[in-house]
Each structure stands twice: as C-alpha cells, then as structure tokens.
Design a protein around this ligand. Structure first.
Ligand SMILES: CC(C)(COP(=O)(O)OP(=O)(O)OC[C@H]1O[C@@H](n2cnc3c(N)ncnc32)[C@H](O)[C@@H]1OP(=O)(O)O)[C@@H](O)C(=O)NCCC(=O)NCCS
Length: 158
C-alpha cells in the first residue's frame, strides 16, 4: 500500500462576502452568503445563498444553514444543526418551483445545541438556548431554554 496525497481544493466558496478575521475550516460549501467578522465556520458546513451570519458566531461542523436563515451576532450553532425552509415539501412543489420559503431568524447571543432541527418560519429569541437534539416547532422567546421533540421549555427554568 502507498500513502496517497490528493491535493485538490478543500473548500468550495462562491460569491461569499467574508468579514475580517473569519476562520473557515476545510470541506465547506458556502455560496451567495455573508459571514460577519471573527466568525468561525467548521468542517462540512453548508451555507446557502442569501444567508447572513453575524459577527463573532461559531458554526460548528456538519451544520446546514439553508436559504432564508439569518443569524445575528454572537450566536453559537452546535454540530449537525439542521435548518428547514419548507415545512410541507412535496415533489410537485419542488418541480414546479411553487414552494414558499419559510425564513428563520436566530437572534443575538442564542445557542443552538448539536443535532437540533429548526423548522421554517421561526424566531429563536435573544440569548435563548435550544437543547441538543431538540426539534423546534414554535418560536423560542428570549432567554428561554427549550429541549425535546417537539421542543418545550425546560422544566427547571419554569
Ligand atoms: C439544554 C441544556 C443547555 C440544559 O442544560 P442544564 O440547564 O445544565 O440542564 P440539566 O443537565 O440540569 O438537565 C435538566 C433536565 O433536562 C433534561 N435535559 C437536558 N438537556 C436535554 C436535552 N438536550 N434534551 C432533552 N432533555 C434534556 C435532563 O435530562 C434533566 O431532566 P430531569 O430533570 O428529568 O433529570 C443542555 O443539556 C444541552 O442540551 N446543551 C447543548 C450542548 C451542545 O449541544 N453543545 C454543542 C457543542 S459541544
């Protein structure tokens, strides 16, 4: 056996507005989006067209930020977080291009735990916390912690 080194481009970055001191790890797919100053983008992250990521954010590996997502400053997105922008997809709507984009807003200082799923059309409030593995189906108020599927306010903080 031979040790093989394949020296191919390790990042796909097209038409992206990138702020100062941004760190982008390898094997990302970023296109038509905006990344604010001092933000870090982990390995295997995809960020689609029109997405805005604020300043000083952490987007950890394997997360997917689809079209329609806006992330304000100082937001922490854990590993494998999935955003959704069409809550009722169908192959017909996709073929006919009649699906309606349902945008999401994550406000300043919010934390989204690993493997959380955020349905379309929602707002995650300022400094809110979404627990690991949560499926968020409703807006999360500011400074509120939610966990579970469907995500509910964590009992100990009630
Ligand atoms: C939601 C979270 C912030 C709560 O932390 P906490 O306030 O310290 O809560 P506790 O550990 O005291 O747990 C309180 C209760 O909530 C439950 N709980 C905690 N996190 C939960 C989660 N993600 N999903 C479901 N239930 C959860 C605990 O089992 C416990 O239940 P009990 O009272 O019936 O025993 C944390 O558990 C979490 O999910 N953090 C995300 C971490 C992450 O994804 N980091 C990413 C990078 S490493």
């Amino acid at each position: 056996m031979k040790l093989v080194v394949i020296d191919e481009p390790k990042k796909t970055i097209h038409d992206v507005r990138i702020g100062n001191h941004v760190k982008i790890y390898d094997f990302v797919n970023l296109y038509g989006c905006e990344i604010g100053d001092e933000t870090r983008i982990g390995t295997f992250v995809e960020i689609q067209q029109g997405v805005k990521v604020g300043r000083r954010c952490r987007i950890q590996s394997h997360s997917f930020l689809c079209k329609g997502v806006t992330i304000e400053d100082d937001v922490f997105i854990g590993h494998g977080v999935m955003f959704i922008n069409d809550n009722n997809p169908s192959i017909e709507k996709t073929r006919n291009k009649t699906w309606k984009l349902e945008p999401a807003l994550v406000k300043k200082g919010a934390v989204i735990g690993s493997n959380a799923t955020i349905l379309g059309g929602l707002v995650i409030g300022r400094n809110a916390i979404v627990g690991a593995g949560a499926v968020v189906t409703k807006n999360v108020p500011a400074r509120t912690t939610v966990v579970g599927n469907p995500a509910k306010k964590l009992e100990k903080y009630k």
